[in-house]
Unconditional design. Structure first.
Length: 68
């Protein structure tokens, strides 16, 4: 379970960096990598990445009780 939590934290951090890019520069790295040239472009791959990041965020929250 620890490996899954570490992976989830890393993936959630990548998602946070993407949101930082969106907020600062209106640049969606996931959309750019997934082949979309426009901000907010969604295709099957980018949708999968967004869902995995969301799941990772929820799993990463399970680490908090272990830290306190």
């Amino acid at each position: 379970m620890e490996a899954i939590q570490i992976l989830a934290i890393v993936l959630a951090a990548v998602g946070a960096l993407n949101w930082g890019l969106v907020g600062l520069f209106k640049f969606d790295l996931v959309a750019a990598i997934a082949g979309g040239n426009r901000f907010g472009t969604v295709n099957a791959f980018s949708r999968l990445v967004y869902v995995l990041v969301a799941i990772a965020g929820v799993v990463a929250l399970t680490v908090i009780p272990d830290l306190v």
